[in-house]
Design a protein around this ligand. Structure first.
Ligand code: GCW
Length: 685
């Protein structure tokens, strides 16, 4: 499709500066590639296609330069041709997936060089060069050396074979329909292009809640996986499958799935051998066990170590990874029970197992201790675990952040998580550093995000939600990038280099998470959503339920006491410095106040406002801010194509309606609980 909305940030629009365009064109007329391979073919395709769109020319792709000026893509060991152009330190600092791009000029030739140690590196370098062109970066000083900071950069799909997507807000699966692979794989290929252009190197192809049909993907339905493998491998993306822990019973006909049972172990080994026979560089398995109804080792009185290691042992000979989720908690809690705290569950379950997992086991941990709320503290397993491989899990799909009807750019939220100092091994041990694996000296660390795409033409339903997918990939590559830098890249590539668009839209995006937070659940307390689908306000929707998700509002106050002194003791799961910060009211950050403490409505925040007045103010402001978003967007009408303009506009109107509903429900609830007026006497029902 040529639809601009479909192309996302790979739009390849003509440059606005003709002279710069001519300069680049001169170099890109002749592409020199002296190696073969399926990833190399993708590089050729991408260059050919982008050059055509940028400059309206057909690039000539050759083995040797046919002009004095050209662009060459070559492995670092690619011979003497350019060896004296690369400095020793450049060579040594390049990692396996890194790349070097530079402009070289001597008396006989001028060329842009993209070089790397691997085909994947060359592919990333190619996308980088294309992006530089699109962003109209000057060609003169072109000299870039990049390598990913985090080794495993994986997108997770909660797609089911019937075509539905759990928590999907952008249509149906682009992979599956009616329990089959879709017929036309073009769109999947375009998705692979989008993913590798932002540096992602892994994809989990099916939902962690593995139902009966999906269980067969490791058996008689392997051909589906094989075909997807054939698409993704061309873009350097490894494929992984979510598997059902009870597979030996469901599809193997065994009487048990006990991980210590000999037959069970043998069964898994055979399954894994079977998979690798068909898919030589299969990535591995992702498992949600003993969580929200999924089977797991607990049924057999075995531990997660028993379960994970059994699968890891089967995968190890093939170099496969076993990713095991830490999202384990009691989802049948009695709301009357004040002792049990869901926030404590992951840490309580996995800390005692630290150091007991095999080398190819990785624990995948959600960013917070609860479940992707608009605001949560960082999961204390980061900073807790010392001898276990870890993957940080983010939710790109906006389950609790407006379901892609509301604008919510999540990069600022993710940045806070990545920058959070856990104090593991002393000051300066950020979450980003942990998941880079550098301090553990292991490549089996990473970052995962639940995809927000579906088969709607613009992939993400809300066009501006494309930025979340983009930003996820960029942060996984380089967590030190700022939210601003990332959004500017995304805007330029998606909407072009117009200044007004750049300024207005980046401001909108950067404020959007905060705006969403203002009109929804206050001060980190979370969960005031409608049960089940999780859209829209329902203050007590999860208050008397089995899910462990309570705000404990009464006429006097609100919040969950998670202190060691008088509450559930969750604060003690953090290292000393963070424990102290959260334990005490005076040092607990306002935005997490109600996550950690139960306080009275007249408790004063650091800005001297009472909690209640803060709730009123932010809820009125939130709606006004959505109006501000609308005004800003309207100011861009003449710069943006009408299709994208009006589809975003429609969603902003829905956001305004929904924000009003949130405002009035929340404010009325607290007014009725407290009978304390809003100081400004605004309308409350
Ligand atoms: O956020 C919750 C969702 C479930 C999801 C679960 C999980 C895939 O509401 O739909 O199931 O988390 O992460 O396993």
């Amino acid at each position: 499709s040529n639809d601009v909305d479909y192309q996302c940030w790979l739009n390849y629009q003509r440059l606005e500066t003709p002279s710069l365009s001519d300069q680049y064109k001169e170099y890109l007329k002749n592409i020199v590639i002296n190696i073969d391979g399926y990833i190399i073919d993708s590089i050729k395709n991408e260059l050919y296609y982008s050059i055509k769109k940028f400059f309206n020319i057909e690039a000539i792709i050759t083995n040797k330069p046919i002009k004095r000026t050209f662009t060459i893509i070559s492995k670092l060991d690619g011979g003497s041709f350019f060896s004296n152009t690369i400095k020793e330190e450049e060579y040594t600092s390049l990692s396996e997936e890194g790349f070097l791009i530079k402009k070289v000029e001597n008396s006989t030739k001028k060329f842009i060089l993209i070089t790397a140690k691997s085909d994947e590196g060359l592919l990333y370098g190619t996308y980088k060069l294309i992006q530089n062109i699109q962003m109209e970066k000057p060609l003169d000083q072109l000299n870039l050396l990049e390598k990913p900071y985090i080794p495993l950069r994986i997108i997770n799909h909660w797609d089911n074979l019937d075509g539905s997507i759990e928590r999907g807000y952008a249509g149906k699966s682009i992979f599956y329909r009616n329990n089959e692979l879709v017929d036309n794989l073009d769109r999947i290929r375009d998705y692979a292009r989008l993913l590798s252009s932002i540096g992602l190197n892994g994809i989990v192809l099916n939902n962690v809640n593995v139902k009966s049909e999906e269980t067969k993907l490791i058996a008689e339905r392997i051909n589906i996986v094989e075909k997807l493998y054939d698409v993704f491998k061309r873009y350097g993306i490894k494929i992984y499958l979510s598997v059902n822990f009870a597979s030996p019973m469901i599809i193997g006909g065994l009487k048990t799935a006990d991980p210590l049972d000999k037959e069970v172990r043998k069964w898994w080994k055979e399954r894994v051998d079977f998979i690798y026979n068909r898919i030589p560089d299969f990535g591995g398995f992702l498992v949600k066990a003993d969580s929200e109804g999924q089977p797991g080792p607990f049924t057999y009185n075995r531990t997660h170590v028993d379960g994970a290691n059994m699968l890891a042992e089967a995968l190890a000979p093939h170099g496969g990874l076993l990713i095991w989720r830490a999202f384990v908690y009691n989802c049948y809690q009695d709301w009357r029970d004040n002792e049990t705290d869901r926030a404590k569950a992951a840490y309580d379950t996995f800390m005692p197992l630290d150091g007991k997992f095999l080398d190819n086991v990785i624990i995948q941990i959600k960013n917070g201790p609860m479940d992707f709320q608009v605001r949560e503290p960082v999961n204390p397993l980061f900073g807790g675990l010392q001898k276990t491989n870890q993957i940080l899990e983010f939710q790109i799909t906006q389950e609790y952040t407006g379901q892609q009807k509301h604008l919510c750019y999540l990069v600022p939220q993710w940045k806070e998580v990545l920058d959070f100092d856990t104090f593991l091994f002393g000051e300066g041990t950020s979450v980003a550093k942990i998941v880079s694996g550098s301090i553990f000296n292991s490549p089996n660390f990473g970052i995962a995000g639940i995809s927000n795409i579906g088969d709607e033409i613009n992939w993400t339903g809300h066009t501006l939600a494309q930025a979340n997918l983009y930003g996820f990939g960029r942060l996984a590559w380089d967590p030190s990038l700022s939210g601003k830098k990332i959004i500017e890249e995304w805007i330029k590539c998606t909407f072009g280099n117009n200044e007004t668009v750049l300024n207005n839209l980046s401001e909108m995006m950067l404020k959007s998470w905060n705006i969403y937070e203002k009109y929804t659940a206050p001060l980190g307390v979370g969960w005031m959503v409608n049960p089940g689908h999780h859209y829209g306000p329902n203050v007590d929707g999860y208050e008397y339920s089995r899910w462990g998700t309570y705000h404990k509002a009464d006429h006097y106050g609100i919040g969950v006491d998670r202190t060691l002194k008088s509450g559930t003791g969750y604060t003690a799961q953090y290292r000393q410095q963070n424990f102290e910060k959260y334990e005490h009211l005076d040092s607990c950050p306002d935005e997490l106040l109600l996550f950690f403490h139960h306080v009275s409505y007249i408790y004063k925040l650091s800005n001297n406002k009472t909690v209640l007045q803060h709730i009123y103010d932010t809820h009125f402001e939130g709606v006004e801010d959505v109006q501000w978003l609308i005004d800003k967007w309207q100011g861009l009408e003449r710069y943006i194509d009408s299709k994208r303009y009006s589809s975003v506009y429609q969603r902003l109107l829905e956001q305004r309606e929904s924000a009003k509903e949130w405002r009035d429900v929340i404010n009325s609830y607290f007014y009725r609980k407290t009978m304390i007026y809003d100081e400004k006497r605004r309308k409350i029902y």
